[in-house]
Ligand binder design. Sequence first.
Ligand code: NAD
Length: 479
Amino acid sequence: MSTNTSTTYQMLINGQLVDGASTFDVINPATKEVLAKAPQASVEQLNEAVASAKSAFPVWSALTHDERKEKLLALADAIEANGGELIETLSKEQGKPIKGFFDMGAGFEFGGTLAWARATCGYDLKPETVQEDDNLKIEIHRKPLGVVGSITPWNYPLMISIWHVIPALLAGNTVVLKPSEMTPLTVLKFAEIAKDILPTGVLNIVSGSGEIGAAITAHPDISKVVFTGSTPTGRAIMRSSADNLKRLTLELGGNDAGIVLADADIEAIAPKIFATSFINNGQTCAALKRLYVHESVHDKLCDELVKLATSVKTGNGLEEDSDFGPLQNEKQLNIVKELAEDAKAKGAKFLTGGEVVDDTGFFYPITLVTDITDGARLVDEEQFGPILPIIKFTDIEEVIQRANADDNGLGGSVWSTDIDNAQKIASRLECGSAWVNHHGAIQPNAPFGGVKQSGFGSEFGKVGLEEFTSIQTVHVHKA
Ligand code: NAD
């Protein structure tokens, strides 16, 4: 393996950029080469970061909303000014193309980062009056919680970090953030940018393995953990957070079903279904992961999806014509391969893909699988990769039951030209977000979160901001 470590990456602790106790390799998934060395924090360094956040909290939380907002908008401007480097680093460490299919690559994640940062700053949690009369005034105030621990995954490293950090800080908390050890570089660059804008200790960024994440969740001076990642890690975090009753927002895995009704306009919806199933190479929490199609339109939709799948290129994200990049890591590639092998063993038909054709990186082709049903691992488990099971159904009541039989409950969708009927069916799906004629489309003003094993708590909008506060009810008796 050759190494390209010309850029140094440091952590942000107590207002200073610092090295870790040691370093770990960050791999470029398109080449399998070492892209950079990243700092591995020690537990002592994490403790310093938490102590710094704790001491910064009284001053930061006492600022007015507008003062905090001004700093955070300045931070968004500084992120924007570093766009070129951030987008390229994101592509190299995560694998996603700079532009990509439907413009949904690194530039898309970067655009989302800015959009969410700025839109979140538009929300303010003013006190609400519940009652006011001659004798009594009752108000609801929203108070920050203290130090928030943020733990992020490798699929959208920069954007998800912003989803955590901006509302936490805007609400008056201070933050210790740990990015995924698979993709720490963009977030460490963000640390460098934030150092010159935010007061000392308000935001600390430490990189390292899951052990540092676990130390965050067990830390007695952290009041809340916001976590985006897998369901097993979410469970571990919940257990570890019990001792000091940490507040939690857990955005976990999904296995979203999409249901295509007999009256759907297949030519119109096929590109949208393709885009939302394979966004970020399928490595998206709320991607469409199980496609249920009415038997009368099944073959037509398969034909349309095959046309799309055979027209795209999977390659190194830095190559301009790559629509899709590699899987982010070998472990995820192996999960995809295993699910494909299980589907083959169960007699499924592969319309495209299904075999690695280029192993210079963690590449897997866009793969469409049919003649498959519930019970196959590809249907029952989250694939988090570029392989989609297409499942025939005949009866709508039965397919709703099958969609809801999954333990996860992140998103779901219904596709039809009869909007009212589709909305009725969508409302019966057990999931945090339900779409009609779309899937996975999220925006900063619409709450997003899971039910069942996909977690709890909401992000985005006013509701998302409230998650970083506790309520203080103030009763003022006037006499
Ligand atoms: P992961 O759970 O393996 O890792 C996520 C983060 O948790 C990393 O920073 C990791 O270091 C840390 N971690 C690992 N063990 C820990 C522990 N015991 N305590 C505390 N932190 C620990 O998840 P991943 O593989 O990076 O991400 C993929 C998963 O995330 C998928 O299941 C996907 O569906 C889910 N996801 C969900 C959403 C959502 O909004 N619901 C968004 C993106 C990804």
